[in-house]
Every structure is written in C-alpha cells, then in structure tokens.
Design a binder for this molecule. Structure first.
Ligand SMILES: [Zn+2]
Length: 265
C-alpha cells in the first residue's frame, strides 16, 4: 500500500538541524505553496486544499473560520493591551497576534483525489479532521488556561493522535492508499517561543513515532508532506512546504502532489 503522511508545519531546516533520519527519506526538500497576501505567510487551509485538489488555491481565498468577539467589540486597542499584558499569547496557529477564536477549516467545494474509495483517510483537513486543537488554542487565547496547562493538553492530544494512528494500522493495510494527517508539529511550534530544546524534543519524538508507524505499516511508498515550515526568528510560518519520499518524485509546487498520487496504482 502507498501512504501520504501529512505533518502540519514540519520544517525542512529543523528536520535537517535535528537530524530526523526517518523523516529524510530517499528524496526530500522544499516545495512552493500559496502565500496568503494579508498574512504574508502560507496558511494551512489554502495549502492543504491545493495539495488535495491539485489546483493552486489562490492565497486569501480559503482562510480559517475565525470569530473575534473582542476585536469586533472593542477594536485593536484592547487587543494590543492584552497582548502586552499577557506574555505567551500564541500566534493563533499562524493568524497573527490577535485575540480571536479559530473555529476550524472552512468548507471547500473542490474535489479531492482522496475522495476516491480506494483511499483510507484519517483526520484529513476538510474531511474528517476533528479540529480539537482549535478549542485548546481558544481556551488559552481567552486566558481560560495557563501556558503550562495548555502545553500539557496539547501534549495529551499528540499522544492520543499517535495511538489513533497506530490503532488504525490493521484497517489501513486493507486499502491500497492512505492519507494520514497530524496537526503536529505546527500546534506546538506556535507555543514554543524561542526554546530550541522544546523544538528539538518534539522533532525527535515525531521522528521516533514515524519510525515506529512505518515499521508496522510497511508501505511500499511513503510520501511525507507538510504545508509550511516554521521560522524560529520570526516566530511564524516559513514560506515552503516540506516533502520527503521513498522514491524519486518531481515536486515543485503544491499542485504536483496530485500528479504524483495519480501515478500510483
Ligand atoms: Zn499548517
């Protein structure tokens, strides 16, 4: 069977820096993704929609569904004050320093290649993704949880995600193709700040998990994809997606993924 493993926010430079051997398969590198014009960085919905549909979705056309009650009611003065008062206000998963609540992925009417019945799907954006991370991020943004508790809860979610993926291995083996998505490392990268140690442990843990997952599943082809990376200095998304494949592939931009999987029989 053939596998596409989506790891949200996995950064090319950090994979190399932390020597994540399992994530660096036969061929790996960066590929071009749509850039959101107002944020100046790639946003997950626009990139994943491009990857899954094979059409480069224009930046600015498919953003997260956001509700900013505080911003709407009192404008940016209060937001700026809150940002100054509370350290560790997260970047709201790439949305900038706003006190806003992300509800999740918007609807997308584009047909996706993984809608064919021979694809097994696990937690795929726009399809069966549970969006639990947005609830956790909203609680932290609103000051309902502190930083340590937030990190702990996201860590629990990561743990549950890993179990969910491992439990699905026998079912996956009954399909010829599978797309498995994890909202990591992005979910944690926005909260780590400049702590390189936290980045390193998380990347090493991801690398270990993927090693175990692949040794159980034994796919004949594995394509690992991220939608964007993470710029440690700017503390926001970096402008390229990461790919890594067990075979030689031609992947210049997000729309090429559809051509690669179309060649899979
Ligand atoms: Zn993302």
């Amino acid at each position: 069977m053939k596998l596409v493993l989506g790891l949200d926010g996995l950064d090319y430079n950090l994979v190399k820096r932390f020597d994540c051997s399992c994530l660096m398969q036969k061929q790996f590198g960066e590929y071009a993704v749509p850039i959101n014009p107002s944020k100046g960085v790639p946003l997950s919905p626009e990139v994943w929609a491009s990857v899954l549909s094979g059409t480069m979705v224009e930046g600015g056309s498919l953003e997260f569904v956001v509700d900013s009650p505080l911003v709407q009611k009192w404008g940016s003065k209060l937001t700026n004050l809150l940002v100054r008062v509370r350290r560790h206000i997260p970047l709201s998963l790439g949305l900038g320093r706003k006190v806003s609540r992300v509800h999740g992925y918007p609807p997308c009417s584009l047909p996706f290649w993984l809608d064919a019945p021979d694809w097994f799907k696990l937690n795929v954006p726009f399809r069966d993704y549970d969006e639990r991370i947005f609830q956790l991020a909203a609680e932290w943004n609103q000051g309902l949880t502190n930083y340590d508790r937030f990190i702990e809860r996201v860590g629990d979610l990561f743990w549950q995600r890993k179990i969910q993926v491992m439990d699905a291995v026998p079912t996956m083996k009954g399909f010829s193709k599978a797309f498995v998505y994890l909202d990591f490392p992005d979910s944690l990268q926005h909260a780590f700040g400049s702590s390189l140690q936290q980045f390193q442990s998380h990347y090493e843990e991801l690398n270990q998990f993927v090693t175990r997952f692949l040794s159980l599943l034994k796919p004949e082809t594995c394509l690992i994809l991220s939608d964007h990376g993470f710029d440690l200095e700017k503390q926001t998304h970096s402008n390229f997606g990461f790919y890594s494949c067990t075979e030689s592939v031609s992947l210049k931009d997000a729309s090429d993924v559809a051509k690669i999987v179309a060649s899979w029989r």
